[in-house]
Design a protein around this ligand. Structure first.
Ligand code: HEC
Length: 169
């Protein structure tokens, strides 16, 4: 495109005054820049969707909490365990990180599955649980691959139990 524009420009160049030449030159620069900008955007968007880098870009527990969980948990809305309320979290923490994370992921009564954010990854959700648990007095860390595997087993158990007995808690 740039080459073609340059040829046209050279052909009409002798008939133009300085002002017109400047204007056309500016436009050529603009066209070229826009094309470069478009290519850059395609490259950037390409990286953001899929690609090896995206797996590393999981949200932190705090980010997920701010983005999703705090809607309810900051104030204890709908009977949710309130963020930072150690007395409430005490009993939940006793269930253990694996079980509590799995149950939250599947959903408990007014607690929607995945916190109501279906595109959340299990690892991100688990980090958010750990983040809230720490505010509730626990020393839970972001889950490692072994714990994530255990959580998945618990999730399957929970789903099976709910299917067998819908009222199971
Ligand atoms: C729409 C409101 C709402 C949102 C959003 C929400 N929760 Fe909850 N959550 C609840 C409620 C209500 C409960 C209490 C459920 C019960 O025990 O009856 C709960 C309970 C929990 C529990 C305890 C589960 C158990 O076994 O008792 C965990 C863990 C949890 N939420 C984690 C999260 C995380 C992590 C997020 C964000 C990704 C989140 N929640 C987003 C409402 C919400």
């Amino acid at each position: 495109m740039q080459a073609a524009a340059t040829i046209v420009f050279h052909n009409i160049r002798p008939r133009l005054n300085t002002k017109q030449t400047e204007t056309i030159a500016m436009n050529l620069v603009l066209v070229t820049d826009l094309r470069a900008a478009a290519l850059l955007m395609v490259a950037v968007l390409g990286c953001a969707h899929g690609g090896p880098a995206s797996a590393a870009r999981l949200q932190t527990g705090e980010q997920v909490y701010q983005d999703v969980c705090q809607t309810c948990h900051a104030s204890g809305l709908a009977g949710s365990p309130k963020y930072g309320d150690e007395a409430t979290w005490d009993a939940l923490l006793a269930e253990g990180q694996t079980v509590l994370t799995a149950h939250g992921w599947v959903g408990v009564r007014a607690m929607p599955p995945k916190g109501g954010k279906p595109d959340l990854k299990l690892e991100e959700f688990a980090r958010a649980v750990a983040f809230m648990a720490r505010a509730g007095g626990a020393d839970w860390q972001d889950p490692d691959p072994a714990m994530l595997a255990d959580i998945k087993v618990e999730i399957d158990k929970r789903i099976a139990a709910l299917k067998a007995e819908p009222a199971a808690e």
